[in-house]
Design a binder for this molecule. Sequence first.
Ligand code: MG
Length: 474
Amino acid sequence: MSIRMSNPRSWLRTVAGAFVLGGLVLSPGLPGAESSTGSAVPNIVILFADDLGYGDLACYGHPSIRTPNLDRMAAEGMRFTQFYAAASVCTPSRAGLMTGRYPIRSGMCSNTRRVLFPNSEGGLPAGEITIAEVLKARNYATLAIGKWHLGHHPQYLPTRNGFDHYLGIPYSNDMDRTADSPRGRQAFLEPKSEYWNLPLIRDGEEIERSPDQTQLTRRYTEEAVKFIQGGGKQPFFIYLAYSFPHVPLFASDAFLGKSLRGLYGDVVEELDWSVGRILAALRDAGLEQNTLVFFTSDNGPWLTQFEQGGSAGLLREGKGSTWEGGMREPAIAWWPGTIQPGGISRDLACTLDLLPTAADLAGATIPRDRVIDGVSLVPLLKGTGPSSRESFFYYRGQQLYAVRKGPYKAHFITKSAYGRDPAVTHEPPALYQLENDPSEQYDVATAHPEILVDIQQEVERHKATLVPAPSQLD
Ligand code: MG
């Protein structure tokens, strides 16, 4: 699964001029540049929810939240049932998506502080190569909107990581409370924007403090739509990372009190509106046949927020844990004319695969001087072949807790998502057959010692490629 490249700095050379790739000579990313498949390069849009659970969309079985736009997107595109986030909490998950590498390789994870906080000094190291940088080298116009959470100091912002422009809050919307805020969860029960001292940043400048959070989804959406409408001849990449449905929950007046599922449902229904608005803007601009849109979430539902947290459906546990509910996500790919409508993929895939997929579509080379853990999903999206991913590693902080290979998942360590319960080490590992037992209820380790041996070998191969980076989060 890992692709190990042996030609240091070759990626940087490709940025400078003409490309020679495996016998193919590619023009240096001018408009109309062709990918290795011979067609014009597509626009790429990633829509990334925050803390949305596997069971929270109507097209994933939620009985009362209405998501007609995401349901339509799935009906016109491809819906994944075994798609994973790179980690079970925000910062490492986003680092994995942006770099195509398990966060243990970039230092964007920690056993002690699980995400970046407003008083953190660190961020995504400058040596990491993001999806935006890969696409920038192919002349894409690039825009980041929303929650970044890969470092809020100037040197770590999106505009230093391959994005031409940025509008958003650089970390979680529950961070940095003001003196007026009620303590603990009390602030979430009747949230007010002034309880949080959040900066809203445009490019590298703070433009507001404590922005009205009821307007965030709308403003993020308008920013994306304006960019689509103003598009020139360049292909573009939009990364829109919503601030919701992470708590505190806020919806605009048009959605507040409208859903059957309380404030959480209102917020998800507004996200659904946003997705519909963006797909409509692409259609109106005549770009739908030349744009891949990918929707997913950074981690599972925050179950300790009770009714303010989402649902992982039939999956066990939620955000923060390496049980399936913490990391398996709703995921929908849409690209009319290229992706067959109405498909359901049960293949193994994850957010690490988005960088190689984007590179493949753009005719860009992926970085060769480092291990990239993702694989291109282009054959799967185009219906020409299955996902080549066979395994997936579940990290909690810097520790490997579980490994999936094929339908089997071995847990070496389990721990509740939050709270002070000690971690439990499993000797032998607990083993679940996820396709037969998606809720991880029936340990079949004693019946399948050969599977445990096979997974152990997978772990040894993985560990041989690992040079853990110093943590940026501690
Ligand atoms: Mg999150």
